[in-house]
Design a protein around this ligand. Structure first.
Ligand SMILES: NC(=O)c1ccc[n+]([C@@H]2O[C@H](COP(=O)([O-])OP(=O)(O)OC[C@H]3O[C@@H](n4cnc5c(N)ncnc54)[C@H](O)[C@@H]3O)[C@@H](O)[C@H]2O)c1
Length: 273
């Protein structure tokens, strides 16, 4: 066995937001392929959720979908309550909340409107915050010494890169990164670990409008020139963040070295010209 002391996926249930597309969708598939006990899938894209469920006809009783905009006032409590009812059998199994839903809308800081800032923060920071706390109230009541699950937030390398046009997005993800640590401090005594995964650039619908020229320029900062990873590469880190023992209050960056050594790579390329 490659990871002998990992927590068993088949004893856990999971909630995934943003499950209809990209990373969240790939995560749902991986968890089902590894026999997760039950999955509560959330997205505002109903056809996407239905097509995902249809891909796993033998698991239909283990999957429940909720088509909802996570920024609605009633969404966090509704998701947490319905998921608790769906998961609970004799006693609540350990549950992992994966906050994957996110939006990006690039614009120079001076042109971003308050409305834009609010709508980006509502999805990327407020909704994960409120859903995590709703789950603490509904699913993880009371204190516990034993493993009762995890919260895993998808943040981004954006706050470390300061790319033009990403001020609102980067600020929202920086807020989520900090929330990860705050929640870890408060939830660990309840038997819940809280971690984050910070992707670089991932081939999903979110990045499909980025021009080849832009991507090629950014790829020069990567030591081996490979900028775009697959959703599956991010899912690997999400699994570690949720199921690896002794892993708490951490962020796994999956960006092929872009943030840590990107500038150095570009510098070296300049020197060798
Ligand atoms: N793709 C990348 O390069 C990249 C890089 C860094 C971080 N991320 C982060 O990874 C996460 C997943 O992104 P992705 O690339 O899979 O994007 P994606 O666009 O493929 O998927 C995002 C999903 O979130 C859902 N969603 C958005 N707003 C919602 C709302 N208000 N209510 C309910 N559902 C909503 C969408 O319907 C969609 O299914 C996001 O948080 C994103 O910010 C992505």
């Amino acid at each position: 066995m490659l990871f002998p002391n990992f927590r068993r996926i088949d004893t856990h249930c999971a909630i995934i937001t943003g499950a209809a597309s990209g990373i969240g969708r790939e995560l749902a598939k991986r968890l089902l392929e590894n026999d997760i006990a039950a999955l509560y899938l959330v997205d505002r894209d109903l056809p996407g959720l239905l097509s995902l469920k249809e891909e796993f006809p033998n698991f239909s009783r283990r999957i429940q979908i909720q088509d909802i905009d996570i920024t609605l006032k009633e969404a966090p409590d509704a998701i947490a309550k319905n998921a608790a009812i769906f998961f609970k059998k004799d006693s609540m199994p350990p549950v992992v909340l994966f906050n994957c839903a996110g939006v990006v809308r690039d614009a120079f800081a001076v042109k971003v409107t308050l409305e834009d800032i609010k709508s980006i923060f509502e999805v990327n920071a407020f909704a994960p915050f409120l859903l995590a706390t709703a789950c603490v109230r509904e699913i993880w009541k009371g204190k516990s010494e034993v493993n009762r699950g995890a919260i895993v937030n998808i943040t981004s390398v954006s706050p470390a890169l300061h790319l033009f046009g990403q001020s609102a997005y980067a600020a929202s993800k920086a807020a989520l990164a900090n929330l990860t640590l705050q929640l870890a401090a408060e939830c660990s005594r309840k038997g819940i670990v809280v971690n984050a995964v910070a992707p670089g650039f991932v081939k999903t619908p979110m990045t499909k409008n980025l021009s080849d020229k832009y991507l090629e320029a950014l790829a020069t900062a990567i030591p081996n020139g490979e900028l775009l990873c697959t959703p599956g590469d991010i899912v690997n880190a999400l699994i570690i963040a949720a199921f690896m023992p002794f892993f708490n209050a951490q962020t796994i960056t999956v960006d092929n070295g872009l943030t840590a050594i990107g500038l150095s790579t570009m510098h070296q390329a300049m020197l060798s010209k």
